[in-house]
Design a protein around this ligand. Structure first.
Ligand SMILES: [Zn+2]
Length: 205
């Protein structure tokens, strides 16, 4: 089962992706992680790093090359969850051209003022990757690891990411709606309730 996760930055794609991964035992393919991993290997002042911290999108072709390369791994034979990709129509069409069979597109819908608030307060565990939205928290409750703020979770970058999202990603909602693949989920409720709604949709496929 191959799934696409859609939603504004801060809509909860990371958290829900992990929940789906555990529930259905399929791995997540996060374009953000793939790009950050790639950027780590480059010099810190590289163009890619600059673009990521500025919240801009890396070129479609480049992202898809990295993602398709990642998907060659054996661990994805039972399916996967695409998080952060596709972000544009060009990327969506590349996926289709690559003959990837998508079972569902989970669209987590959250009002914009709420996603902004969430992203500004977001912290990630250095060790296990768990995401926190509580203010003042510095240590991971799950593993004791240190929490840090992602470089691209600053006010300017968020504004830019939301702009990019409106300009390019929203077109995907229409695209997948037309293909009858879009499953809209109410993301403005308790995390566990969002998960329940998603599991219900995926189990009924
Ligand atoms: Zn942790």
């Amino acid at each position: 089962m191959n799934i696409i996760l859609l939603g504004a930055p801060g809509a909860g794609k990371g958290v829900q992706g992990k929940a789906i991964a555990e529930h259905f035992n399929i791995p997540i393919v996060s374009s953000g992680d793939i790009l950050r991993e790639f950027a780590k290997k480059q010099s810190t002042d590289s163009k890619l790093n600059g673009e990521m911290q500025g919240g801009q999108l890396i070129s479609d072709k480049f992202v898809m090359e990295l993602v398709f390369n990642e998907l060659k791994s054996n661990k994805y034979t039972n399916g996967y969850i695409l998080d952060g990709v596709p972000r544009t129509l060009v990327q969506a069409k590349a996926i289709e051209k690559h003959n990837i069979n998508i079972a569902a597109v989970i669209y987590i819908n959250v009002p914009e003022d709420i996603v902004k608030e969430r992203v500004l307060h977001r912290k990630v565990c250095k060790s296990c990757g768990k995401i926190y939205n509580e203010e003042g928290k510095t240590i991971c409750a799950q593993c004791g690891g240190e929490l840090f703020k992602r470089n691209d979770d600053n006010e300017e970058a968020i504004k830019e990411r939301l702009n990019v999202y409106h300009k390019k990603t929203e077109a995907l909602i229409e695209y997948y709606k037309a293909k009858n693949l879009l499953k809209e989920i109410n993301g403005n409720q308790q995390i566990s309730d969002v998960s329940k709604e998603i599991f219900g949709v995926l189990e009924s496929l």
